[in-house]
Design a binder for this molecule. Structure first.
Ligand SMILES: Cc1ncc(C[n+]2csc(CCOP(=O)(O)OP(=O)(O)O)c2C)c(N)n1
Ligand SMILES: [Mg+2]
Length: 894
């Protein structure tokens, strides 16, 4: 036994000597030739060891310490003390805002602990980095974490942008003129917030595509090259959202060094720890490093520096590495004695390291994200980094400063009320000059305008160009494209059968050539250009690529080759509807962020729009985004063969809830032309805060010329295509058709007139949503003005009052016509495509979903029979005549 031990000792000794020699050599190289040389040497060693068969385990992680060592720390250019005081006041008011709101109105909500943890991260940005947009500078774009909004308001209060009445009315937007939105909502605070960020995961993906769009504008010569940055502040829990991390490789691939993520790693989310059994910072480091980002970890504050310097054998670093986030959370809520025993007490050498520290000192050892100098250093490094995006992983404490009332506790995210003692503790901890008598009221505190703090705060912002956040509401001049573009579509296609998809692509291609708007058009496709017949545009305007085209494309010899170019205009996003929508948002809000009226056309498979990325569409609405979303190869029965997951018969219904989204299901090329022309004028000339959703279909048919005077109806949602040829009949049917199903209504009209001698008027419905909005508005007006002459909704002016029955058919769910049916002059029977699609021909699908002309005829006769206008027998006979299987399952559930 003892002999073995000696051998072991000898081995250990030898290893120690070897370690020393190697480390000394490394130090020599480092001191003589610098870190680049060390890197090269280590690479060489790595290869050498591999060749010799040494299996080196992969790790994308660096040790659990700050990325930037103490000797590389920047000198802080401001006054730490004044900034600490400013931050304390902001903290107090942010907390008081939530506490007071909930006293006024129990359950109104709000968050204290998110901003409490992020205060330093924001303050350093506000005081030293975030540049405002001015005449002279482009400014930075900042995505604030939604739940941190009280802190942002609180700063605006100290700056004098908001007053006490505003703060008093946090989350009270209806009964007060000065109400403040719960979260960043440009729709509700249009000259303050720019980006709605509260639906977690949307802000990071939007920020990535925003940074890329800024580059796109520069590469295409639409704006000057600048060093402005896009900053996105995220929660660590937020990184679980697929959108948060789903596009990070785009940022590194495109070398977006204009992009900085700051992840506030307070180790907690709403219910509890983000990674109790692991370490979120290490997990994110590996992911971002693997994706090619510049990762800066800010884990430990200055007061750990002497301990780390004394940790010659890396025992402390090992211990830091071993403790999991659940442990680190526990150290916040327990006293210093617990930290001494459980963190340092695991190794006598560690215990010795802190033997001269009091328990109180151990308790106060700060985390990096609360350390002014560490955060400043990280931001500066991020600003100076070239060639890749940067992510700063800053370790903080959730509910910092809340003490017993929530600091580091699992309930902290939901903490909205503080009692008198808790308020006192907070006040004392941050040194807010509020007396014991007053503190229970949680009054707001603002130092005198001439105080050092206010002067300092304002100077910082003046130096950086002014206050932020600030949304630009000015409209930039816009010149409409030539009317000539639309002429061929208004005139019709003659004998040529053309699908509306093709007509749209032609309009787009002409707009791209227009001298007024050509360069402003931003076509965006998620790998579907060929599906929509858009490949000619590859060559015409090129596909945007920051590096141009480094290879010879395989189809170089062909006319329509795959052309990538630095000044390419198409954003070919690959298979990411979420990414494409983020580009759409960046381009559609560029009128405000950059004062450049880019007009995005986002062309995609309609099935993968509203239902897949509906939340981004909602965000686009909130931020007053403009542009055209084009749902291609739409319609549950028009997209033949593709089956259940592709065939869209409901995206128009999903467009209903977005208040400022106009949704159209046009049947004819001229309808598309009218809608686009009108849309451009409303959005860019009149400055209306609306955007558009149009579906286009891939079934070819003759595109007729536009009937004179139908523009208004096309835009408002319905117009008469033809009156009955059969004027003598006493029975009148009104047929409503949309999209390609309009052709079935046309066929049905013929049968009803010729075979049944009935009178049929035919209408094209371009938008049930527009009709519905108008009906609601009219009804509402009538209700609120009972003594005045009632108004009629538009649809009532178009469909004749003497209709006996109305049959509405479309390639979408029946809810669309049903939504207006109570305002129609007669009973309406809706035919539509409720249910799962399936692979079949158009003909079979229309029969299956009961939307073909036979069903339109049947529904018309049935409707009339209910009113005893025709005989029931006639309906029965029609079933036979049209070979309709009356025992067939309902497509809704089959
Ligand atoms: C998409 C989405 N899901 C859920 C929520 C509700 N929610 C708000 S904050 C929060 C926890 C946030 O944790 P984290 O991202 O770590 O931010 P922290 O407050 O800790 O900084 C949750 C679940 C939301 N806002 N968005
Ligand atoms: Mg968190």
């Amino acid at each position: 036994m003892s002999v073995d031990k000696n051998i072991d000792n000898e081995k250990d000794l030898l290893e120690e000597v070897e370690n020393k020699e190697w480390l000394q050599s490394l130090d020599y190289v480092l001191n003589t030739y610098g870190s680049e040389r060390v890197n090269r040497l280590l690479r060489k060693l790595h290869i050498h060891a591999r060749k010799a068969g040494v299996n080196i385990p992969f790790t994308a992680n660096t040790p659990y310490i700050n990325t930037i060592p103490l000797d590389k720390q920047e000198n802080f250019p401001g006054s730490i003390e004044i900034e600490r005081r400013i931050r304390s006041y902001i903290r107090w008011n942010a907390m008081a805002m939530v506490v007071r709101a909930n006293r006024h109105n129990d359950g109104i909500g709000g968050h204290i602990s998110t901003y409490a943890s992020a205060a330093t991260l924001y303050d350093i940005g506000f005081n030293h980095f975030f540049r405002a947009r001015t005449e002279k500078q482009e400014g930075d774009i900042i995505y604030f974490q939604g739940h941190a909004s009280p802190g942002i308001y609180s700063r605006a209060f100290l700056e004098g942008r908001l007053d006490i009445e505003h703060l008093e009315n946090f989350r009270n937007e209806i009964s007060s003129e000065k109400g403040l939105s719960s979260y960043p909502h440009p729709w509700l605070m249009p000259d303050f917030w720019q980006f709605p960020t509260v639906s977690m995961g949307l802000s990071p993906i939007m920020a990535i595509y925003q940074a890329r769009f800024n580059r796109y504008l520069e590469d295409r010569g639409l704006k000057k090259e600048t060093d402005s940055k896009v900053w996105a502040f995220l929660g660590d829990g937020e990184t679980d959202e697929p959108e948060t991390l789903g596009a990070i490789t785009l940022a590194s691939r495109e070398e977006l060094d204009n992009l900085i993520f700051v992840v506030n790693c307070n180790l907690q989310r709403l219910d509890g720890p983000v990674r109790g059994n692991g370490k979120i910072i290490q997990e994110l480091e590996a992911i971002f490093r693997g994706a090619g980002w510049n990762v800066i970890k800010v884990i430990w504050g200055n007061d750990w520096d002497p301990l780390l310097a004394a940790d010659k054998d890396d025992i402390l670093v090992d211990r830091m590495q071993k403790a999991v986030d659940g442990d680190y959370q526990k150290y916040i809520v327990e006293p210093g004695s617990y930290i001494r025993e459980h963190f340092f007490g695991t190794d006598p050498r560690l215990k010795k390291l802190v033997e001269h520290y009091t328990d109180e000192q151990l308790e106060r050892l700060r985390r990096g994200g609360h350390d002014t100098e560490k955060v400043y250093t990280a931001y500066k490094a991020a600003m100076e980094n070239k060639g890749s995006p940067t992510v700063i992983l800053a370790k903080t404490i959730k509910g910092y400063g809340l003490g017993e009332s929530g600091e580091g506790k699992n309930i902290t995210h939901q903490q909205k009320k503080l009692n008198e003692d808790e308020l006192k503790e907070f006040r004392t901890r941050f040194g807010i000059p509020i007396s014991d008598e007053d503190v229970s009221k949680a009054p707001f505190y603002k130092p005198d305008e001439n105080s050092k703090e206010i002067i300092y705060l304002k100077k910082c912002r003046e130096r950086l160009g002014g206050a932020i956040p600030k949304r630009n509401t000015k409209i930039t001049k816009f010149k409409m494209p030539s009317n000539e573009i639309y002429k061929e579509f208004i005139d019709g296609s003659g004998n040529r059968e053309v699908p509306t998809t093709m007509a749209f692509v032609r309009i787009l291609s002409k707009l791209l050539r227009d001298k007024n708007v050509g360069e402003l058009i931003v076509p965006i496709v998620p790998d579907e250009a060929r599906t929509f017949g858009m490949e000619a545009l590859f060559r015409q305007v090129g596909i945007y690529s920051h590096v141009g085209q480094l290879y010879e494309p395989v189809d170089k010899e062909t006319l329509l080759y795959y052309k990538e170019a630095l000044d390419g205009q198409i954003l070919e996003e690959g298979i990411t509807e979420a990414g494409s929508m983020s580009s759409f948002i960046a381009a559609g809000t560029s009128y405000s962020t950059h004062g450049i009226n880019t007009i995005p056309f986002f062309i995609y498979y309609s099935m993968f729009g509203m239902q897949r990325i509906g939340d981004l569409v909602w965000a686009a609405g909130d931020m007053k985004c403009k542009g055209f979303m084009i749902g291609g190869t739409a319609g549950r029965t028009t997209l033949a063969g593709e089956g259940l997951q592709h065939q869209d018969g409901h995206s128009h219904l999903l467009a209903y809830p977005v208040p400022n989204l106009l949704a159209y299901d046009p049947a004819y090329a001229y309808e598309i032309a009218v809608i686009i022309k009108n849309g451009m004028e409303r959005m860019y000339v009149k400055g209306e805060d609306i955007f558009y959703y149009l579906t286009v279909m891939n079934e070819g048919y003759i595109q007729p010329p536009m009937p004179k005077g139908s523009e208004e109806g096309i835009i408002k949602g319905i117009y008469k295509l033809s009156s009955s040829d059969n004027k003598d009949s006493k029975i009148k049917i009104s047929l409503l058709g949309s999209g390609t199903i309009l052709n079935e209504s046309i066929k049905a009209k013929k049968v009803l007139e010729e075979d049944y001698d009935l009178s049929v008027d035919l209408f094209s419905v371009t938008s049930y949503k527009e009709l519905y909005k108008d009906c609601l508005e009219t009804e509402r007006w009538n209700m609120l003005h009972p003594s005045e002459i009632s108004k009629s909704p538009y649809v009532r002016k178009i469909i004749d009052d003497d209709s006996d029955i109305i049959v509405a058919a479309s390639d979408y769910v029946k809810t669309l016509p049903e939504s207006v049916s109570s305002w129609l002059p007669a009973k309406c029977i809706s035919l539509g495509t409720d249910g799962f699609g399936r692979s079949a021909s158009r003909e079979d699908l229309r029969s299956f979903f009961e939307v073909d002309y036979r069903y339109i005829v049947l529904a018309s006769l049935y409707g009339l029979s209910k009113d005893i206008k025709v005989n029931t027998e006639l309906v029965q006979k029609a079933c036979k005549k049209f070979d309709i299987d009356t025992t067939k399952d309902n497509p809704f559930i089959s």
